[in-house]
Design a binder for this molecule. Structure first.
Ligand code: SF4
Length: 483
């Protein structure tokens, strides 16, 4: 993750990542780590890396691009060992550099460690000062490197790596789901708020796998065991995993946006399969914002489950009205506005046979800046639709995220700038409806205390420093202090 030390004139985008780890003597762990992040490719598409350990040494290969661009047979064959971690990353253009790719490898007197991090810290400035006081100059602009340095420094004073991690965790504020390896151990740990998901699976009855999402466990043939708990440190070094908890009281606040959009629909969080949760969001949305229409279509791919749910509940036929070019990546995570605009037309083609002469309900999971949704409405109308009713399976996205999801500053968020009627006019839709927060929570069937809901409510459960907030809110300190 990019930290906030270097203040850019324009607010920075932040990134999301996928992490994976495996402890499996006798298995081709490099290849398993490859398949793990391949399944997590949607979480980050700008760099990928794998580190392996064989009991004596740690080796790592990282590169820019998709997992399949970074790793071929030659690279995979060279990754020998019985422990591996892997990572993929998304970043802004400015920080899209190889030095920011992960896993990060750090040396200490006790040996090497490699680490992959998903999430974003809000006290990176503070940690950067500590690291520099220790005489170290970070090579990258990532908060992840700061975590790795702090752990390496602490490890020199402790007997075990887990002890070092437990000592460092209380100093970290923000989101971190991490896989780390030393020459003989795999360690997985998660922040006390459990903002980003992290799950454990069992492979071939005795080996262990850790992944950001359960979809990666399935891909490598592992059975889901459980989630890594908020504040937990899990150590794998043969035999049963050992569990420890850091001294900070856990306050589970998983990112609700993982449920709405970010995680793959075949993944599970809190025991809920996301496809089913999103389908219920669509059903709830139909109850809250019914429409008289001839067809319900999704914005592919992420709008599919909610559109199915909407069609089921409203008894309006479901149809495919937009065909997606699957080789164009998500527009949400395209760094530049120009690319995002170009991306919509390259990505989506309207299906005239479904749309022409029809009253169309189009279901999408979220509106961020609104420019993509505006173009989609135009595409549907151009294909002959007589009415376009936009339905969003989440509340308006009105506040930026500081915990590891890429969102623009507040001034760019449509939900922050406009009320629903203004947004409808901006999109050029006949009607517009958002799922309420109560409806969203009903669909996931969990109490609101379990979630971070900050991008909908503006209530940040992990306090965000004022300067960091000011950057994203583009407000003067005085205005900010009133919030
Ligand atoms: Fe998720 Fe929104 Fe919280 Fe960020 S602010 S962690 S996107 S719920």
């Amino acid at each position: 993750m990019r930290h906030a030390i270097k203040k850019a004139p324009l607010p920075e985008l932040r990134e999301a990542c996928g992490v994976f780890g495996v402890y499996a003597p006798g298995e081709d762990v490099g290849r398993l780590a490859f398949f793990g992040i391949f399944a997590l490719q949607h979480r980050g598409q700008e760099s990928a890396g794998i580190a392996v350990a064989d009991g004596e040494r740690v080796a790592c290969h990282r590169g820019m691009g998709l997992v399949t661009q970074v790793f071929g047979e030659t690279e995979l064959r060279a990754l020998r060992g019985h422990i591996a971690i892997s990572h993929n990353r998304y970043s802004t253009t400015g920080s899209s550099l190889l030095c920011n790719a992960q896993p990060i490898v750090v040396n200490s007197a006790k040996g090497m460690l490699a680490m992959g991090h998903n999430g974003n810290l809000v006290n990176a400035d503070e940690l950067d000062a500590i690291v520099r006081r220790q005489g170290l100059i970070p090579e990258s602009s990532t908060d992840s490197e700061l975590i790795a340095h702090l752990i390496a420094a602490e490890w020199e004073k402790c007997d075990t790596i887990e002890e070092a991690i437990l000592r460092v965790m209380p100093r970290l504020r923000g989101a971190y789901s991490v896989t780390l390896l030393t020459n003989d151990k795999l360690v997985a740990f998660r922040d006390p708020w459990g903002v980003r998901p992290l799950s454990v699976g069992m492979l071939n009855g005795g080996h262990y796998v850790v992944a950001s999402e359960t979809c990666a466990l399935n891909v490598v043939g592992a059975q889901f065991v459980r989630e890594v708990e908020p504040g937990e440190v899990l150590v794998f070094d043969g035999g049963e995993p050992r569990s420890h908890f850091c001294s900070v009281e856990p306050k589970p606040s998983v990112c609700v946006f993982e449920f709405v959009y970010f995680a793959r629909p075949d993944s599970q969080i809190y025991g809920r399969t996301l496809h089913m949760a999103r389908r219920r969001m669509g059903q709830q949305l139909a109850a809250e914002h019914p429409a008289s229409a001839d067809v319900v279509i999704p914005v592919p791919d992420t709008g599919w489950p909610a559109a199915i749910g909407f069609a089921e509940a409203s008894r309006i036929p479901f149809g495919e009205g937009l065909i997606k070019n699957r080789y164009i990546h998500r527009t949400f995570i395209q760094p530049e506005q120009r690319m995002r605009e170009l991306g919509v037309r390259m990505k989506l083609t309207p299906l005239r046979e479904t749309l022409s002469g029809k009253r169309v309900v189009v279901v999408e999971d979220t509106i961020v800046r609104g420019t993509t949704s505006q173009q989609i409405v135009r595409l549907i109308r151009d294909a002959g639709a007589v009415e376009v009713h936009v339905r969003i399976s989440a509340p308006p996205y009105a506040y930026p995220c500081f915990y590891g999801i890429d969102t623009p500053d507040r001034r760019e968020l449509l939900g922050a700038r406009m009320n629903v009627e203004e947004m409808r006019q901006f999109l050029g839709a006949d009607t517009l409806g958002f799922l309420s927060l109560a409806g969203l929570l009903k669909a996931v069937n969990l109490p609101k205390e379990k979630f971070c809901l900050a991008c909908f409510t503006g209530h940040y459960r992990i306090p965000v420093p004022r300067e960091m907030k000011a950057d994203k809110f583009l407000l003067e300190e005085a205005a900010l202090s009133k919030r």
